[in-house]
Every structure is written in structure tokens, then in C-alpha cells.
Design a protein around this ligand. Structure first.
Ligand SMILES: *Cc1c(COP(=O)(O)O)cnc(C)c1O
Length: 199
């Protein structure tokens, strides 16, 4: 189980403190804010994950500064990241965001389009497809949350059965991480329980 500390809205000092306590991987939603922290903390050996929406005009900043991008839900975004990833950096590690609870306005690729997208992204040379992430709506209870997270786990297992080598299933936040772990999460993304409430 990996722990991603979600540091959005908290200052670089808070990230440095968490690092001093042993935490290495941090998640940011807002790309500009993330790039500022990445730059100011460049002397620390941190791993930065982009977990917010990536508009086309932001792909270059993600490709040049982040280690991971977890919210890819269409091929166009992946292709731009692939083209813009600088040669001197290792491949950008990516997860596909999948919409497991069907909200039509929500981001995330639908499960039926997922296999084609996954195989197309896996073929891009400057990206390395690591797995899936999801952000389901809050569920009414633990069982319901496990059921929704379980859909993501099934999709993840099915892709691996079809020849992909995925090792990351990013799901679970402060409010629902127990259910996500129960359902087979390999990476929880925790903000509030580490840094406190965001204003
Ligand atoms: C903010 C955020 C988190 C962390 O949420 P908490 O409830 O503070 O733990 C995790 N994942 C994503 C995508 C987020 O936007």
C-alpha cells in the first residue's frame, strides 16, 4: 500500500514537514500551485503526482514538472503529455481516471472505452502506464463504497488479464480509504487526515 499525501492548498513548509517525517510522494490538484511547490522544494527528493484535471493548455507544465499524472481520461491528453515529456526525464508515470459510478458530468473514461484507451496509452513511448485511479461520489455506507471501488478493481484485474502490466490502483481518500483498501486499492490519496482541513 502506497500513501500519497495530498498537499493541495497547503504551503511548501507543510510538505517539507511531512517529508521530514518520512513521506515522499505528494499529490497536487492545481497545476500552477503544484509547479510552484515542485520548484521551491526541488532540493528534496520528492515524487509529485498530478491528481487534478489536465486541460490541454496545461499538459506542458505537467510533462515538464510532475513525476506522475493520474487523471488521464482521453487519448489526446496522453498524446500531448507524451510529446511534451522532456527527453532528459524518465517517462511520465500515468494512471487512467475511470468513471466507475456513472455520473455523466464527471471526468473519467467510461468502463466500456477503458480497454482501448489503456492499450493506446500503453504504446506511447514517453509515458508509462501504471494503472487506474477513481474518485467516486461519497457512498451511503461502507458496503456500497466497497461495491463501487470493487468495480475499479475488476477493471484493473481485467486489463492485467489482457496483457497490460499495471501495478497501481489509486483509490480512497480520507473519508473512504478503509473501503478502498478493502476493495483492493494499492494507493490511497490522503489530504485532510494528514494536513488538516482545507479552508
Ligand atoms: C483533495 C483530493 C484528495 C484528498 O482528499 P481528502 O479528503 O482531503 O483526503 C484525494 N484525491 C483527489 C483527486 C483530491 O482532489
Amino acid at each position: 500500500m502506497r500513501l500519497l499525501a495530498v498537499s493541495k492548498t497547503f504551503p511548501s513548509d507543510a510538505v517539507a514537514l511531512a517529508h521530514a517525517a518520512g513521506q515522499n510522494a505528494f499529490g497536487e490538484n492545481y497545476i500552477q500551485e503544484g509547479v510552484e511547490k515542485i520548484t521551491s522544494l526541488a532540493s528534496l527528493k520528492l515524487e509529485w503526482h498530478c491528481i487534478g484535471p489536465i486541460q490541454s493548455n496545461k499538459t506542458r507544465q505537467v510533462a515538464e514538472h510532475f513525476d506522475w499524472a493520474q487523471t488521464i481520461d482521453r487519448l489526446k491528453t496522453a498524446q500531448r503529455l507524451d510529446q511534451q515529456r522532456p527527453d532528459h526525464l524518465p517517462p511520465l508515470q500515468v494512471c487512467l481516471q475511470v468513471n466507475v459510478d456513472g455520473g455523466s458530468t464527471k471526468s473519467g473514461v467510461s468502463p466500456d472505452l477503458l480497454p482501448d484507451l489503456a492499450h493506446a496509452v500503453a504504446a506511447l513511448p514517453r509515458l508509462r502506464l501504471r494503472g487506474l485511479m477513481c474518485i467516486p461520489e461519497p457512498a451511503p455506507d461502507f458496503e456500497a463504497a466497497c461495491e463501487v471501488f470493487g468495480r475499479a478493481r475488476k477493471l484493473f484485474d481485467a486489463l492485467n488479464a489482457r496483457g497490460l502490466q499495471l501495478d497501481t490502483l489509486s483509490m480512497g481518500m480520507t473519508a473512504d480509504l478503509e473501503a478502498a483498501i478493502q476493495a483492493g486499492s494499492t494507493m490511497v490519496r490522503v489530504g485532510t487526515a494528514i494536513f488538516g482541513h482545507r479552508s
